[in-house]
Design a protein around this ligand. Sequence first.
Ligand SMILES: Cc1cc2nc3c(=O)[nH]c(=O)nc-3n(C[C@H](O)[C@H](O)[C@H](O)COP(=O)(O)OP(=O)(O)OC[C@H]3O[C@@H](n4cnc5c(N)ncnc54)[C@H](O)[C@@H]3O)c2cc1C
Length: 310
Amino acid sequence: YAASEGLDVLTADAMAAGGQAGTSSRIENYLGFPAGISGAELTRNALIQAQRFGARVTVPSTVTSLGLDAGERVVTLTDGSRLRTRCVLVASGVAYRKLDIPRFADFEAAGIYYAATDMEARLCRGEEVVVVGAGTSAGQAVVYLARYARQVHVVMRAAELGRSMSRYLVDRVEGLENVTVHQGTVVVGLQGDGHLGAVEVETAGGERRTFATSSLFLFIGADANTGWLRGCVELDRRGFVLTGASLPPAAREDDRWRSAGRMPYLLETSLPGIFAAGDVRSGSVKRVASAVGEGSMAVSFVHAHIARPA
Ligand SMILES: Cc1cc2nc3c(=O)[nH]c(=O)nc-3n(C[C@H](O)[C@H](O)[C@H](O)COP(=O)(O)OP(=O)(O)OC[C@H]3O[C@@H](n4cnc5c(N)ncnc54)[C@H](O)[C@@H]3O)c2cc1C
């Protein structure tokens, strides 16, 4: 959107263009794709489109800090290079939490999943699977996977399911015959040769059990990719970027904004000319459509800022 509206745009991504969406097997709910589209194809198309409008895409390129210097925004990359610009849009998303257990890395791309889409569901048809987590996303995944898997084991540290899962989901999960909930239990080990073959769990009382499974689903939350922003812009207590009216009054009414004669725009951070969109933004809806929508909205605020800099 920024490049299509004549702005000079450079993107920096630490891993690969496309972010989380690029790893999705099939995105079913993005407008305009009635049969769904794979994350890889959506990313490929978006990249071609952005570059056709003149955006320069740099990958891999990790940003380590962000600041203001003599009225310009300064972005520092890992190699020490500094980019000076009039506006920055932060869209660094989230990273899914992992388990701190031996051999986790061996199976990250070989049996460990962070989403239960059609592809994963088909892979575990007739199999035994383990789902870790007790929140709403875990509940949705369990209900979905139970339609395909022979047996679904839900492993959760908490003592009861209802603490962070919606009541309707608790009822549905508990009503499924092929679902077993293991409360007060954690995953302690993984086994397999080349691909996940078994998951070892332990109860609070120290009792161990091993489930023979080739699929381990993790729904244990996600952390905002904002380590590099600490001390630069205001974050909420979970580390997500605060924008617009969500900023604390002190951050919205300091001298910088007073001398600019305006308040932060809806998607503007505590620093004028630095915007945030998508999953990284505090209170955002974690969807492809909303990340894209917020990105396009942010561009209108970029234009407004350039026309009247704070
Ligand atoms: C498996 C899976 C399936 C999904 N399926 C759907 C679906 O069907 N429908 C739907 O609507 N949503 C789905 N989602 C959610 C959706 O993908 C996200 O809401 C969306 O991708 C958010 O986009 P984003 O740009 O805000 O952040 P992200 O996609 O998280 O992208 C952030 C990018 O920033 C980069 N980055 C982070 N820190 C730095 C740094 N310091 N320097 C440089 N780069 C950095 C990361 O490498 C990453 O590429 C799915 C997510 C997953 C994981």
